[in-house]
Design a binder for this molecule. Structure first.
Ligand SMILES: Nc1ncnc2c1ncn2[C@@H]1O[C@H](COP(=O)(O)OP(=O)(O)OP(=O)(O)O)[C@@H](O)[C@H]1O
Length: 266
């Protein structure tokens, strides 16, 4: 079977911030259409930095990053739901279309239809008139996902979207996300530091070292079925253990890197 087209390609991409913080060592990474790639790494290893570079919100210090989808085919989901508290769910979800409509792209009726469809997709059809304060944390995150889906993106960049939720809600949203990704043939890059979530969701897991982040392992995780049986299976536990070991290796590599940087500076 021919390989799916490339959606994202990073070559030698690094990011150094002012004040000398190197958040990301040179990274090479290719993401293909339909993949669900998790970036897994310890806190502060540069996952968000890499995701922001992929989105175009930030530019690399070195290297090149090419994206084969247009800016309006890409959506970014932040760690927090980041909803406007004074606006209804419907208005929140419509925001990207309002910004787009400024450029004369879509009629109000089309926008309303797209908002309803996005709310339907995340199971919030009856909550369009509610305000964020009336919703649970999980529902707010679903609104945030509906807002990301309303433009019908091909590429979804998600920065630890379920990190603040309890396990049951997280698992529920994991299932909803998988169904959405499958139904709409999305390519997803998903930041997490949770090995179990990475195993459950991803077709591929990119494990990063502690800061300065670099890729220590690129693990294929293409499994045929993802459901409660899979979560409870020995295969699942083995995959999680393997990622845990890779994470540990990455943490140690980060510590060694930091020590050698210290040595060269002293
Ligand atoms: N704008 C910035 N200016 C200076 N340093 C920054 C900036 N953004 C991030 N950093 C630093 O870069 C490093 C990587 O940050 P980043 O947010 O990418 O990590 P992360 O892996 O996403 O962490 P977490 O899992 O905790 O969200 C951190 O040490 C952070 O302090």
């Amino acid at each position: 079977m021919p390989e799916a087209p490339v959606v994202l390609h990073a070559q030698g991409v690094s990011r150094r911030f002012t004040k000398g913080v190197t958040a990301l060592s040179p990274v090479d990474l290719t993401v293909r259409e339909g993949e669900f790639v998790s970036l897994l790494g310890p806190s502060g290893c540069g996952k968000t930095t890499l995701l922001r570079l992929m989105s175009g919100l930030d530019t690399p210090t070195t290297g090149t990053l090419t994206r084969a989808v247009a800016e309006d085919s890409l959506s970014y989901v932040f760690q927090d739901a980041t909803l406007m508290p004074w606006a209804s769910v419907r208005t929140n979800v419509r925001l990207p279309l309002d910004l787009e409509r400024g450029a004369g792209k879509r009629s109000a009726a089309d926008a309303a239809q797209a908002v309803d469809a996005a709310l339907e997709r995340v199971g919030l059809r009856d909550f369009g008139d509610a305000f964020p304060r009336e919703l649970s944390g999980g529902m707010r995150m679903r609104v945030s996902i509906a807002r990301a889906l309303v433009t019908e993106p091909r590429l979804l960049l998600m920065d630890e979207p379920f990190g603040a939720l309890d396990d049951i809600t997280r698992q529920h949203l994991d299932d909803e996300l998988l169904a959405l990704a499958r139904r709409h043939r999305l390519t997803v890059v998903f930041v997490t530091h949770n090995v179990f979530e990475a195993v459950y969701l991803s077709t591929r897991v990119v494990v990063m070292s502690a800061r300065p982040g670099r890729i220590v392992e690129d693990v294929n995780n293409d499994v045929p079925v993802r459901n409660a049986d899979f979560r409870g299976s020995p295969d699942f536990a083995m995959r999680a253990a393997r990622l845990q070991a890779a994470l540990l290796k990455g943490q140690q590599a980060g510590a060694v890197d930091a020590a050698s940087i210290g040595n060269t500076q002293s």
